[in-house]
Ligand binder design. Sequence first.
Ligand SMILES: Nc1nc2c(ncn2[C@@H]2O[C@H](COP(=O)(O)OP(=O)(O)O)[C@@H](O)[C@H]2O)c(=O)[nH]1
Ligand SMILES: [Mg+2]
Length: 673
Amino acid sequence: MKHIIVGTAGHIDHGKTALVKALTGIDADRLKEEKQRGITIDIGFADLSIGDWQFGFVDVPGHERFVKNMLAGAHGLDVVMLIVAADESIMPQTREHFDICRLLKVKSGLVALTKSDLVDEELLQLAHAEVEDFVKGSFLEGMPIIPISSRTGDGIDELKKALLKLAASIQQKTTSATPRLPVDRAFSIKGFGTVVTGTLIAGELKNADEIEVLPNGARTRVRNLQTHGHDTDVAFAGQRTAVNLQGISIEQAARGSVLTLAGRLRPTSMLDVRLELLESAPRPLLHRSRIRLHHGTTEVMARVSLLSSLEPGVLNADQSAVNPSRQKGQKPNATVETPATGRRTVDAFRIEPGKSDFVQLRLEEPITAIPGDRFIIRSYSPQITIGGGEILDALPDKHRLRDAKARLALEKLMRAKDFISCAGTFIEMAGEGAMTATEIAARTGATDSQIAELATAFKSSKSAIEISRAPLMFISTQAFTSLASQVLETLSAHHEREPLSLGISREEVRERLFGALKPEIFRAVIADLAEQGKVVAERDALRMASHKPALTGADADTKQALEAAFKAAGLQAGTLEEIAAATKLSLQLAKKFYNLLIAERRIVRVGDFVFHVDAIEDLKARIRAHKAINTKIDVAVFKEITGGLTRKYAIPLLEFLDRERITRRVGNEREIL
Ligand SMILES: Nc1nc2c(ncn2[C@@H]2O[C@H](COP(=O)(O)OP(=O)(O)O)[C@@H](O)[C@H]2O)c(=O)[nH]1
Ligand SMILES: [Mg+2]
């Protein structure tokens, strides 16, 4: 069975509800008030199976006052039946509903010329011609225009045939996506609990799935699932779906909510969009205008924050036109001083009717959206449809008015037509921040298996790199390369500054360059540099593979003298301060060479003391040799073996040997391993 959602659109009283009834036998006016007044107030539903196809019909109200409800029904349509009464022809809501369908990018449709029984052939031809002219240049151009009478049944068979033909020609909604069900009704059935209904616009929903209702965030399991009035184990994208939820109130899942799998999507209060202002909009859209945003089944108030493409120069010219008193050479600014009122305005920034531009919408209440979703905007007052467009980024950063970088990213997102290029762009935008699979899922609505495919895609495109498997994480190749060269620069600078030092502390590099980044990134960059043989990562230090501590003649002598002093002291070696004094070196200089000797492992730190590696190796050999005499050793014997070391040295050395696994402490004694 294939599924398709068909909606009505058109002016009030043109016969939308009657047509749905003539097609399906179902009266979609379900409210008492609707039946009494004979007008549709809210959206209604009906279904019909023909052959392999299951049609879900959404009948919308035509009245000007209920466009808000019409929008809640229009969001998930595959096919629209634009209904035009032959006796009245095109009327205001014919235009508004048609604009809405165009802006929502409804894929396909047809025109039903209803009430054909009320007009003669001549009038019918006239209406036909007017409709043909009306849809010219739109998605309905060349689509069937069918004269119908719901009263006599004329044309109904032809309409069914046309619907079947359309259904076969359009692409089905995708099931390989995170499921989303914008709720259009939430009600309660006694003994059953809360039920929500809506058009499943993407993915699949299964019985017992753990779901989340956003933006509320309430979670529960699917208790019962119905599509088109029948129980089912799975609902597919394109089906009218009813979901029984446990432990969630009607208020938590009210119209406008989105039901989705738990933990996948995130509500947002900002949207980056491509917005088209209708040619018929009464005035330009200004920066900071307050508008009504309709998305899915929800309506929220929002402010328009333009992303100006105006170059400072262009703005200059524009402003001097608006404000001739402006001084020449004055710094161009986003704000214009209006001489009459002295008020600062940014009205120089605007979208003219019929034009499109990038815009950031700042919402007064959160919604749940993903890129590719369509939306409609209506003016605050009067409430009329003025535009709409496509969401490009539903989880954007806040942009300033003139943010060239944001515009550039949005251009890219607009051109990204598939998931891989879309995800690639988001990863590029994240830069050094990289993106986890969870972040990609929330940003794009992709499934885990789609995200897993990215690794393969990036391997051939080389645009991004998988830097971690668990958690799955990607970084753009550009950011990765830049971080790697920053590491190399830092190491080079360090070697130049301190030619005697063997390397720089790993922690210092991490903090300085990767401090705010995910820890996996540092690990991956260093591992890559090491693998390429550019960097040597030793214990807690990093150095360029090419780096050799540069010792001049005098330095080499000093280093040697210091090492000799440690060697001569044997196991009686003191602290660094003592050795420095004994060799008549300044503590500062001694420290430098001492660090070098430590890094080269010529000397070993044991507690407060420092021993030459030879003395330590000799000690280990002597202890091992003692094993032939006795496998146990205590402090007294240890002192004997070491030629009478005092406890001051003996205790830290014994503990060191324990750590080195030469000995193991057993009570007061030690076992030689
Ligand atoms: N004669 C005639 N009347 C119709 C036809 N279709 C609808 N009507 C009538 O027109 C009125 C409005 O129809 P309705 O379906 O409620 O219009 P809607 O507001 O577009 O849903 C009702 O009184 C219908 O009986 C038709 O094909 N022929
Ligand atoms: Mg109606």
